[in-house]
Design a protein around this ligand. Structure first.
Ligand SMILES: NC(=O)c1ccc[n+]([C@@H]2O[C@H](COP(=O)([O-])OP(=O)(O)OC[C@H]3O[C@@H](n4cnc5c(N)ncnc54)[C@H](OP(=O)(O)O)[C@@H]3O)[C@@H](O)[C@H]2O)c1
Length: 374
């Protein structure tokens, strides 16, 4: 019912914005006049920060007045948007690309088309879209942006998956493809395995017949986290304290030594990934959750010939390799619809933003990914 009403509203808006031309004869000269009644978005609520700093102190929820929906614009009513570590880093001012302040938080999400400008084709009210490439400002109930930045997604997709498909699942997919050629029967090792990227790596690896060795940190609930990862297809899951042994590789029974490792933690946890790698292996660093540096022994380079690489999705999205990224997104969403790609999330009403933020900041211990529901 609500959707039907949106469509009617949009139709009325379209009629209003259509230029009305009429000829008005006055003596010898005909005058043409054009009247406009601009199509406007509804008023909106947004999480804004006026200065960089600690996210819990610099962010506030504000009312945003209606804005014009121009010719090629699409007005989207947001349905869901996650709080990712990079969103927090942007607000803290420690991310390499930072929006000028004041800024609206958030970088990915999903919404329903509310109304479209008169030059928009291929998108109609009621369609579901994600901003692609992702862009800042998704923590806002209505967003108006040009049609070109929206990618239509299948409405059968659970909204929390559509909202989170780019930053983490696409990173997992690319990192499994872009560094080392893996064949069925090979293995990978990763830390931060409970992260969404980690959960996606485990599952995508499993589809491809690739074993995974997973490292998680010691914390309350680590037994449950191990079980969760095993259910997703993890072959081995260790807490960091279990790996304080002399011969770490003796812990592997039916899994071959990995040629590829992923690190999103740093510090000792990164050293454990390196220790698992086989001769000539590669470790890809994509995050630094512990805020500790990666340290590597001299012998790792000289005798073990390890390679250290890095991955940054935002850079990858501007590269030639990203040409087929929309197809990759559709593939990942298809896996999510079929229940083949799952990860833990908690949907939180947008009005409870600051509770969700506290959880995302780790103030309440380990928590599932916080996804704002508008
Ligand atoms: N380079 C890129 O392009 C790219 C793309 C996507 C993500 N990332 C990075 O990947 C990482 C994971 O992102 P995500 O969204 O998947 O994570 P997430 O789902 O929000 O989960 C956070 C993860 O970090 C762990 N963690 C939190 N604080 C930690 C600490 N102090 N020490 C060690 N581990 C800690 C958590 O472990 P527990 O379960 O034990 O709490 C959990 O595994 C982040 O660093 C993010 O910035 C990078």
């Amino acid at each position: 019912m609500a959707r039907v009403m949106f469509m009617r509203t949009a139709a009325v808006h379209r009629a209003l914005i259509s230029p009305v031309w009429w000829a008005h004869s006055s003596g010898a000269r005909a005058q043409r006049m054009r009247t406009f009644s601009a199509l406007m978005s509804p008023p909106s609520k947004a999480v804004v920060y006026d200065q960089e700093g600690s996210p819990d102190s610099v962010t506030r929820v504000v009312e945003v007045p209606p804005v014009e929906v121009k010719e090629k614009d699409v007005c989207v009513r947001m349905l869901a948007a996650p709080i990712n570590p990079s969103d927090i880093n942007r607000i803290q001012g420690v991310y390499p690309v930072r929006p000028p302040v004041p800024a609206v938080g958030g970088y990915e999400g999903v919404g329903e088309v509310h109304s479209v400008g008169p030059a928009v084709t291929g998108l109609s009210p009621g369609d579901w879209v994600i901003p692609f490439p992702p862009s800042i400002g998704t923590w806002q109930s209505y967003i108006v942006k040009e049609q070109s930045v929206w990618h239509k997604v299948d409405k059968e997709t659970p909204p929390e998956y559509a909202a989170t498909v780019i930053v983490n699942p696409l990173t997992a997919l690319r990192m499994l493809e872009d560094f080392v050629t893996l064949n069925s029967g090979d293995s990978i090792v990763q830390n931060g395995a409970t992260s969404i990227v980690g959960q996606c790596i485990t599952q995508i690896a499993k589809f491809r017949g690739i074993h995974s060795i997973n490292i998680i940190r010691d914390r309350p609930g680590s037994d449950e986290a191990k079980e969760m990862l095993k259910r997703l297809g993890a072959d081995e899951v260790f807490t960091e304290s279990q790996l304080e042994v002399k011969n770490l590789k003796s812990l592997l029974t039916n899994v071959p030594e990995p040629a590829l490792g992923f690190n999103c933690v740093g510090g000792n946890s990164a050293s454990m990934v390196l220790k698992f790698l086989r001769q000539g292996g590669t470790m890809v660093t994509y995050g630094g959750m512990s805020k500790k540096p990666v340290t590597v022994s001299t012998s790792s380079f000289i005798f073990k010939e390890l390679s250290l690489r890095g991955f940054w999705l935002q850079k990858w999205l501007t590269s030639e390799k990203s040409k087929e990224s929309k197809e990759m997104i559709d593939y990942l969403l298809c896996l999510a619809r079929e229940g083949k790609l799952k990860y833990e999330m908690e949907l939180v009403p947008f009005d409870n933003f600051h509770t969700a933020l506290d959880k995302a900041l780790g103030k309440l211990g380990s928590q599932p990914k916080q996804v704002l529901k508008f």
